[in-house]
Design a protein around this ligand. Structure first.
Ligand code: ADP
Length: 396
């Protein structure tokens, strides 16, 4: 038995989950928010209790030290050495990382060099890795990449129709994201369907604040809706999803924006459900406003459903049919309305929601009718357990 910790470090936050492995028993978890700002918030969950501390936490190293000390204080561990493995979520793995990797100095340097593809995320992930290495230098340390699962996409799906040398010279291509989540729900779906993963065809819909849809054939990603960055694909909380690139110079001209990065910032942070509704990026708020008759909120919802449906349609086409459509992440797990509206009208494709089975939040189950040829599944995602599993796999 050993304890393994899964770490998800953002630029100002750090989430952790501690597991007893190989039992896969979740022992404790928590989040530190507002790292580097004042009044940082440190929340730990252990044995059904929640512990909250508010104080200034200057950097990730101090944050991790606080996590470890808290685990000792709560008697979750007796000393640091009880933790024998750490897995770090890393957003961009480019074409370098087709699988998770043991973190060596070289791997760390490669993660940092990939910051070009994820300027906000990879440096933060690297900071988390370095801070952990300093405090626990001798434990098994593994990087798990959001993009690895999508490295199986064939060329026709990952290449843009740009001059070929942009790909060969600059690696300009689709990388996708949320890979760990799509992989987890695909594996669970195969079990729920009672079919070998290798024989399944799935359309997995990760609908959270960020959202992506993936076509999974035989357990391998063959196409996904996010692109070179997470900006592409469906309408999201604050992101546009797919738009015509020619709109950028047009809007920059209208808005007197001279720096393209300012425009991209708007596409990433001021658009999507938030930009359309001017209510919120949070689905719950938008649903509530629409219910009260706010027209723009209703339009935002309609566009969201429509974009998800279109991707599902595309993926039915390239997979030549599917065994199941899977819903996961915040919206996918918790909004029965979203699932119902998206699947309604897909009878022709063989998918039909069972309204009663669908009336549930956050529980793994089949939510299609018994007659439905294409099953519809609700599967709460678990990216952290995938990270812990990879630590075990690579430690061996
Ligand atoms: P992140 O991408 O930040 O991990 P999550 O997967 O937690 O996001 O998803 C957040 C989204 O899930 C938000 O839009 C939130 O409104 C939505 N959500 C959470 N609970 C519900 C609910 N009960 N009904 C509708 N949407 C919900």
């Amino acid at each position: 038995m050993s304890k393994t910790i899964a770490i998800n470090a953002g630029s100002s936050s750090l989430k952790f989950t501690l597991y007893e492995m190989p039992a896969e028993e979740e022992i404790a978890s928590g989040i530190i928010e507002r790292i580097g700002l004042n009044n940082s918030i440190f929340t730990t969950k252990y044995a059904g209790e929640k512990y909250k501390v508010i104080e200034d936490i200057k950097n990730h190293e101090i944050a991790i030290q606080m996590v470890l000390d808290k685990l000792i204080e709560l008697k979750v561990i007796a000393n640091y050495e009880e933790i024998t493995g750490v897995g770090h979520r890393v957003v961009a793995g480019g074409e370098l990382f087709k699988d998770s990797a043991l973190i060596t100095d070289e791997v760390l340097a490669q993660i940092e060099s990939l910051a070009e593809f994820a300027p906000l995320h990879n440096p933060a992930n690297a900071t988390g890795i370095k801070a952990f290495k300093k405090l626990l230098p001798n434990i098994t340390s593994v990087a798990v990449f959001d993009t690895s699962f999508h490295t199986t996409m064939p060329k026709e799906n990952y290449l843009y129709s740009l001059p070929m040398e942009y790909y060969t010279d600059f690696s300009a291509r689709k990388y996708g994201a949320h890979g760990t989540s799509h992989k987890y729900v695909s594996e669970r779906a195969a079990e729920m369907l009672g079919k070998p993963l290798e024989e399944t065809k799935l359309i997995t819909c990760h609908l959270g604040n960020g959202g992506s849809i993936t076509a999974v054939k035989g357990g391998k990603s063959i196409d996904t809706s996010m692109g070179f960055t997470p900006l592409a694909g469906i309408t999201m909380g604050t992101r546009t999803g797919d738009i015509d690139a020619s709109l950028l110079p047009f809007l920059m001209n209208k808005l007197n924006i001279t720096d393209i990065n300012d425009m991209i910032y708007i596409l990433n942070n001021k658009s999507g459900l938030l930009g359309l509704s001017h209510i919120s990026s949070d689905m719950r708020d938008v649903e509530e406003a629409a219910e009260k008759g706010n027209e723009d909120a209703q339009t935002a919802l309609d566009i969201f459903y429509n974009r998800v449906q279109k991707y599902i349609g595309q993926y039915f086409a390239i997979l030549n049919g599917a065994d199941a459509i899977v819903f996961t992440a915040g919206i996918g797990e918790n909004s029965p309305e979203t699932r119902q509206i998206i699947i309604d009208g897909m009878n022709w494709f063989g998918a039909e929601i069972d309204a009663e089975a669908n009336n549930v939040r956050g529980k793994e189950r089949i939510i299609s009718t018994p007659e439905s040829k294409v099953k519809v599944l609700l599967i709460p995602t678990d990216e952290e357990i995938m990270i812990a599993r990879d630590v075990e796999r690579l430690r061996a």
